[in-house]
Design a protein around this ligand. Structure first.
Ligand code: COA
Length: 147
């Protein structure tokens, strides 16, 4: 399968943050029929937002927020459907992991949609506990200890 030429950047300008919301809206609200809160919520004012680019086009996003000085949570991981399976999700996770490590994180945690569990497992995340329902979708808690 084609591997995308992925460039990962922090979204900071109003235009870049609008792209983050546009991708979330397309993936979570329209495709997955999740509530509008997936597009923007109160945590967005404090979280680090990443954008992945295919050439010059923003095609993927995620955010990172700190739960405590050693624990960061990854949320809102989304890649546009036509670019899935080309390594963009992996690049974003690797990039945010390196960033979190530089900033002192010892653990990364996330609440994975159950269908995405194998994706996170490939990247070294382990499940914790049993699946639960959130916003009508089955999720499972996952974590990764950073060396
Ligand atoms: N099931 C099993 N394996 C998967 C997978 C899935 N759903 N999604 C990706 N993988 C595997 C890939 O095959 C690849 O394996 P390889 O390295 O052995 O080739 C590896 O995980 C990395 O895949 P990648 O191409 O980087 O993933 P992606 O760019 O398609 O992103 C998601 C994965 C989950 C972010 C993407 O499918 C997505 O945006 N889904 C919709 C939104 C969503 O559900 N987000 C997760 C919220 S918790």
């Amino acid at each position: 399968m084609k591997q995308a030429e992925t460039d990962i950047k922090e979204a900071q300008t109003p235009e870049e943050l609008a792209e983050v919301q546009r991708i979330r809206r397309q993936v979570f609200v329209h495709e997955q029929q999740m509530p509008d809160i997936m597009e923007k919520d109160r945590h967005d004012d404090f979280a680090i937002q990443l954008l992945a680019y295919d050439e010059d086009r923003p095609v993927g996003t995620l955010r990172l927020r700190w739960l405590d000085p050693k624990t960061a949570k990854i949320e809102r991981v989304a890649v546009l459907p036509e670019l899935r399976g080309t390594g963009i999700g992996r690049s974003m996770l690797e990039s945010v992991e390196a960033y979190a490590k530089r900033k002192g994180a010892e653990h990364l945690v996330l609440s994975a949609q159950l269908h995405a569990r194998p994706f996170y497992e490939k990247l070294g995340y382990h499940t914790e506990g049993k699946p639960y329902e959130e916003m009508g979708v089955k999720h499972i808690w996952m974590n990764k200890k950073l060396a």
